[in-house]
Design a binder for this molecule. Structure first.
Ligand SMILES: Nc1ncnc2c1ncn2[C@@H]1O[C@H](COP(=O)(O)OP(=O)(O)OP(=O)(O)O)[C@@H](O)[C@H]1O
Length: 339
């Protein structure tokens, strides 16, 4: 069964226009003008159970709006959504039993209560049987290292501590799908890594389907086998991370440091026929840019065989650069990468 099935999903918002100047403001008082904003523009995708999928895009691309529709908070303007076999905004009560949601910027815990009291309340909201709850809580406390936090009020937790509690809270009722909106935002690298590892093991052990939005491409690298990229309400890429890199990555760059000065012309001659583009700032350092599929080892062999080398570094294009590259190239080439 599919965990998420979305077909031509659309969400438009009606926003008030403001006219300019005093005259405009007065006219606005009597007759408002509206315009339509299309936040999500007829998107379709399917996510099978057990997949971890990254949902990425620039600010305002429509990620949060999609998540809100998938979790039943917003009603779509048109299109079809089925999540876990339910239409989210119609079958709310049954539907929420099967999903967990974490919004990085908003808390589902009660600010002044102790963490454990919040958890107990959530148990009641989700009607989790006492025995299941105990087992699950013990496991989450252990895996997310929460034992010292349980009796503290939520408002006294650090962001990282709170996020670990939020994730536990979202999983107390054992949902089969977890939605995460910016789960690592503002966290330090240690906590980020812990959270990534936890999510990965959750997916491996229970087959939990995970859809996460993030601006942190390390999250994607660490977790996602699939990426859906949104731009201006439309899907511009849907596929594997590897293919994303192959299609849009600019290949590799090898940085050489030389023991004796090397003129650019000499380097170019050495690597003739190998599609290598050389750049250099000074005679003792040069960068060789190789497109995808170029022969890295042959390039290395030719240079190392002929030149006195002090240091070599191979740099691969990272996902951040790839995403920027896609935005830059615009829509004309986007169809080539879309599924
Ligand atoms: N309630 C609303 N009323 C009017 N416009 C809205 C509303 N919610 C979102 N929008 C608009 O819809 C578009 C998509 O917003 P959305 O929050 O889904 O983007 P996002 O990809 O989640 O961005 P971010 O990364 O900044 O969170 C934006 O142009 C936004 O201004």
């Amino acid at each position: 069964m599919l965990a998420i099935d979305v077909e031509r999903l659309r969400k438009q918002f009606r926003v008030q226009k403001s006219r300019e100047g005093l005259k405009g403001a007065i006219r606005d008082l009597f007759q408002r003008e509206y315009r339509e904003v299309t936040a999500v523009n007829d998107i379709s995708f399917q996510i099978p159970q057990g997949e971890i999928c990254g949902y990425i895009g620039e600010n305002g691309a429509g990620k949060s709006t999609t998540i809100k529709m998938l979790t039943g908070i917003l009603v779509p303007t048109s299109g079809r959504i089925v999540v876990n076999g339910y239409v989210p905004f119609e079958d709310r009560e049954k539907f929420v039993q099967g999903i967990g949601v974490v919004f990085g910027q908003r808390s589902q815990l009660w600010w002044d209560l102790g963490v454990i009291e919040s958890f107990n309340l959530l148990r009641k909201v989700y009607r989790v049987p006492e025995r299941d709850y105990k087992l699950r809580l013990d496991e989450l406390v252990q895996r997310l290292d929460l034992s010292d936090l349980l009796n503290r009020p939520v408002r006294k937790l650090s962001l990282g501590q709170r996020m670990r509690c939020e994730i536990a809270a979202a999983l107390l009722h054992n949902p089969s799908i977890l939605f995460l909106d910016e789960p690592t935002i503002g966290l330090d690298i240690v906590v980020k890594t812990e959270i990534r590892e936890f999510l990965k093991s959750l997916n491996e052990r229970f087959g939990t389907t995970i859809l996460l939005t993030t601006h942190d491409l390390q999250d994607i690298e660490a977790l996602c086998s699939r990426v859906i990229m949104l731009d201006d309400g439309k899907i511009i890429y849907d596929g594997g991370l590897q293919r994303l890199k192959e299609t849009w990555g600019r290949g590799k760059e090898i940085v050489f440091r030389f023991g004796t000065g090397m003129p650019l012309g000499e380097l170019e001659r050495l690597t003739e026929g190998l599609q290598v583009a050389w750049t250099t700032d000074n005679a003792f350092e040069a960068r060789a840019a190789l497109p995808q599929g170029a022969n890295v080892s042959e390039t290395l062999a030719r240079v190392v065989g002929a030149v006195d080398i002090r240091d070599i570094k191979i740099e691969e294009t990272n996902t951040d650069e790839i995403v920027r590259e896609i935005y830059k190239t615009g829509s004309s080439e986007k169809t080539g990468a879309a599924r």
